[in-house]
Design a protein around this ligand. Structure first.
Ligand code: PMP
Length: 952
């Protein structure tokens, strides 16, 4: 609705006229008028242009054009150099002003296209009066909400109606789009949302969409030509050439784009079948009268076939962890075929694959890298040398050895003709080189004729021997090759260009359909809403469906790769093969409970003991950090005969009833009911925001003083403290590192009062802090009880309590301690493997080195970005606290949330926490590398520079 937007309005002169004329002394004159001021920020001054904003630009332009649709004015039919109907003369007459040869060449190229494709089309396009200059310094963007995530996502108005002419809505859209996509790495990806927004309000015709690529280019060449002329007139005016440079660069990129592909993309944006003639071809292929021949000699039913699941989350690929290792892949796939006596293995169409998540298939999008993972053909894995036949009549279009590593190797493309002369193609990739020598382009090929043989791994880039068979409705500008995998963001477009090859192969559905059901994200969300506890939270506004993890990386269902900077549970890396093998091997042999003797249980206790100071030598094995902490409380309370517990404000110790009672993070948080009578809270020893700052050398002592006060409060009620429980470094409280001396002093006080000291290492243990194996060691203390969880089993539900023989003895009251799963042989095997990997891969040292490197990079960012108030942490346990103002420390929670979301958009995962949710938590798997740290810092730097974070 055009009324949503604001438009400049004219003020009448004192005489009541729309404008006045100002006369100069020399007799010349100027028209003058007064317009209202429109609030907002120019589109061109805002970065980034998020998809939502680009879409909104389209919606805005279409709303304006809809309002103008019935407007007519005689003056609109005027001669104007900016009128696109005159583009040819505007550009021609200025060609000689284009002194740069490269620019002139590209301008001439698009001028030629204009004359061929557009000049004669005007009568087919709708006509109406248009604004005609929705450039990035005329379009105004406003704040939709005061929060950064809603900022600058809406176009609110436009100025400068001086170029209005009788034009076409398609021109309006083309002009707006041309400027909106300036400076983008992938201009087409940025143009698509503008088109789809426009179409939503004012539907575009197929003819208009067919012109769009050239209309956008036409505006750009007009702009470049006119600036060149102005530059000639005012050679000293640097500004003129500065504004021209991005247009020239965009022309260069636009020239590289395939016009046919852009056409399909625009059609898709407007909800038309992307490839205009795909449906004709598909209808013909589906005709029951068509009988196609086989493409390989084997009879799929008689010779046996196995369907492979090569999807990203495929359990079949479990053992194949390195996406570069194609030899292992070959052994695995052919091994599976041999085992089931099958001569053919089938790889599916429209499958996002784990195989393509390596750097080879990585592209740099406008906002984040994207991997081309969606398979567009069907693979038939067969022995090398197997004959390949033409399944239908056609002629040879091309044969070529495409030998870049991501290509198909030797490839044949045949051309076929459907009724009405519609051409389509079939592609045969990964053939043997010498098998194709007698094929001449243009030669007729009969159905059933042998056209080549399947190549071996040596000649097809190392891939397992197979035929890649693909149908192509439009070869676009490709000659002799064609993409076989597509970006998931362009899936519908490519599937339209390349319909299901099974239309020709005719295999039974059991050999082509996905093996397991996969729900779309909205479907999962709705099932969760109905059938899972409603207070499970979901990370990110755009939830992630993660199906695989390896090392520091997580993979979503489309095979897009995320750098995991927040999950500390997969301590030695997601899916570490050694840990996985240990679990699988032991699982296959025995999994029982601790009432039978087993070597692994005692072996594991002895191994853990090596990492702990005396006298911590007795272990209980449990299944979660919460169970460990609950048991620690029972030990302490039984040992002391007391119940009162002292805890640190902001702490979280677990989800059991007993632990909600001692977790201020929960009992003082949403839905909490405050501290129960037996729990005393002491202030968070936070040297940045807390009572005493880190510059105070006595801060540790002073914070500990509050522990003494808590002891006194308990005494005042006629009781004594049972325990002081503290995380060794605090997680949920906002990645807090205690000031020196805090735990030492507090432990002394508790012990003097007869209580015991419990260190919760669930979050930070096992080398994460880098300098030491345990967090408490950084404070130079020895606790009476240590609880461990999360990283201890790398994701396997394993946790433990370590304590002294004395406390363990007190717990022997006659009541059995039995934990069904705790300490089972599988868990112990996993725990041992984690300790082995930690040592073998020197991960504690890595945490120290990469952590120090990352932290210094973040400190450098702090010196440049006022939003960062504090960077703190040890090893790979780091927090970044965001504040609106360094003096008041007003928490910048919305900004922190924005940063986490934008990092996710750029495929790096972090979370926010702390009492004000203004701390970004960094606690990646310890296999995080220096290169990962570099990427983290660069990305955060970019996000912090975004306009939505400008001071409010
Ligand atoms: N203690 C701390 C410090 C924790 O961070 C957590 C989990 N976030 C727990 C205990 C509870 O562990 P779990 O979720 O495995 O029960």
């Amino acid at each position: 609705n055009a009324a949503e937007f604001s438009w400049p309005e004219t003020h009448l002169t004192l005489e009541g006229a729309d404008f006045a004329v100002v006369r100069h002394k020399d007799g010349s004159g100027h028209f003058v008028r007064l317009l209202t001021y429109l609030p907002g920020v120019f589109f061109g001054h805002i970065r980034p242009h998020k998809i939502e904003l680009l879409r909104n630009l389209g919606i805005f332009l279409a709303s304006m054009d809809r309002a103008l649709a019935s407007f007519r004015h005689p003056a609109a039919r005027r001669d104007l150099k900016w009128n696109m109907k005159c583009a040819a003369s505007t550009v021609h007459s200025r060609l000689d002003d284009l002194t740069d040869r490269e620019t002139r060449t590209v301008v001439e190229y698009f001028l030629d296209r204009y004359e061929k494709n557009i000049a004669s089309k005007w009568s087919h396009l709708r006509t109406s009066v248009i604004h005609n200059d929705a450039n990035d310094l005329n379009v105004l963007v406003g704040h939709r909400s005061p929060e950064p995530d809603g900022m600058y996502s809406k176009v609110v108005g436009i100025i400068d109606f001086g170029d209005m002419v009788d034009g076409s809505p398609a021109v309006e859209l083309a002009v707006g789009t041309a400027y909106a996509i300036l400076g983008t790495a992938d201009p087409l990806a940025a143009a698509v949302p503008v088109v789809s927004g426009y179409h939503q309000v004012l539907p575009l015709t197929e003819e208009e969409l067919a012109c769009l690529y050239d209309l956008i280019a036409s505006r750009l060449i007009m702009s470049v030509a006119i600036s060149a002329e102005q530059r000639k007139a005012e050679a000293a005016n640097e500004y003129l050439s500065i504004s021209e440079r991005p247009a020239r660069e965009l022309l260069r990129r636009w020239r590289v784009l395939d016009p046919g592909f852009a056409h399909c993309a625009f059609r898709q944006a407007a909800a038309y079948e992307p490839c205009p003639h795909a449906s004709k071809i598909i209808t013909w292929l589906k005709r029951p009268r068509n009988r196609f021949g086989p493409v390989v000699e084997l009879d799929l039913e008689k010779d046996g076939a196995v369907l492979f699941d090569l999807s990203v989350g495929s359990p079949e690929l479990g053992a194949w962890t390195d996406s570069e290792d194609r030899e292992e892949l070959t052994r695995m796939l052919f091994g599976r075929m041999a085992a089931s006596g099958a001569k053919v293995g089938i790889g599916r169409y429209n499958e996002a694959r784990r195989l393509y998540t390596s750097d080879l298939f990585k592209t740099s999008g406008n906002d984040a890298p994207e991997w081309r993972t969606v398979h567009l053909g069907i693979d038939l894995f067969v022995d090398p040398g197997s004959a390949v036949m033409a399944p239908l009549d056609g002629r040879v279009h091309s044969f070529r050895d495409n030998d870049r590593p991501l290509d198909y190797g030797p490839t044949i493309i045949l051309e076929h003709t459907a009724p009405q002369g519609v051409k389509f193609y079939s592609l045969y990739g990964h053939l043997a080189k010498k098998s194709m020598t007698d094929l001449e382009p243009g030669r007729a090929v009969r159905k059933g004729e042998r056209i080549g043989r399947v190549g071996d791994s040596q000649e097809n880039g190392g891939w397992p021997p197979h035929l890649h068979f693909q149908i192509i409705c439009d070869l676009l500008g490709y000659e002799g090759d064609f993409p076989g995998v597509a970006l998931p963001s362009q899936r519908a477009l490519w599937l339209s260009l390349c319909p299901d090859p099974n239309l020709v192969l005719g295999m039974p559905e059991s050999l082509t359909r996905p093996k397991s059901r996969s729900n779309e994200i909205p479907e999962i969300l709705s099932l969760r809403r109905r059938h899972l506890g409603p207070n499970l939270s979901i990370a990110y506004q755009r939830p992630l469906k993660i199906v695989r993890g390896f090392g520091p990386h997580l993979y979503d269902e489309d095979g897009q790769v995320y750098l995991d900077a927040v999950n500390n549970v997969p301590h030695v890396g997601h899916g570490h093969p050694k840990v996985v093998r240990a679990a699988q091997a032991q699982m296959a042999v025995l999994n029982t409970n601790t009432r039978y003797l087993h070597d692994r249980l005692v072996e594991y206790a002895l191994r853990l003991k090596e990492f702990l100071p005396e006298p911590l030598s007795v272990f209980f094995f449990v299944c979660s950090g919460s169970e460990a902490n609950d048991l620690a409380l029972r030990l302490a309370r039984t040992h002391t005969g007391q119940r009162d517990t002292i805890v640190v404000d902001g702490a979280y110790h677990g989800n059991l009833s007993s632990l909600i009672e001692i977790s201020p993070y929960k009992f003082d948080g949403p839905g909490g009911r405050g501290a129960p009578p037996h729990v005393q809270k002491v202030p968070t020893p936070d040297g940045y925001r807390g009572l005493y700052k880190s510059l105070d050398p006595d801060a540790g002592q002073k914070y500990a003083g509050h522990v003494q006060e808590a002891i006194e409060r308990i005494r005042g009620q006629g009781r004594n403290a049972a325990a002081f429980v503290a995380e060794s470094l605090m997680g949920s409280a906002g990645q807090i590192v205690y000031p020196p001396g805090f735990l030492d002093a507090a432990f002394l006080m508790i012990r003097r009062a007869g209580g015991v000291c419990i260190a919760d290492e669930v979050q930070v243990g096992f080398g994460r802090v880098g300098t030491h194996f345990w967090g408490f060691e950084t404070q130079g203390v020895v606790p009476d009880i240590v609880t461990m969880g999360k990283p201890i089993g790398n994701g396997h539900p394993l946790a433990a309590v370590a304590t002294t023989p004395e406390i363990a003895a007190s717990f022997r009251t006659g009541m059995e301690y039995f934990n069904t799963f705790g300490g089972n042989p599988v868990s112990c095997a996993v725990g041992l493997a984690v300790l082995d990997v930690l040592r073998e891969e020197e991960l504690q040292r890595n945490a120290f080195e990469v952590g120090r490197y990352l932290k210094s990079g973040l400190e450098e960012l702090k010196s440049r970005h006022a939003l960062i108030g504090d960077v703190r942490g040890l090893g790979l346990f780091i927090g970044i606290e965001f504040v609106l103002d360094g003096a008041s420390l007003a928490p910048a929670a919305a900004e922190a949330a924005y940063v986490a979301e934008r990092m996710r958009d750029k495929r790096i995962l972090v979370s926010t926490d702390g009492p004000f949710r203004n701390v970004i938590k960094i606690k990646p798997p310890l296999v995080f590398t220096r290169a990962d740290a570099d990427r983290f810092i660069e990305t955060l730097d970019l996000v912090l520079g975004e306009d939505a974070l400008r001071p409010r």
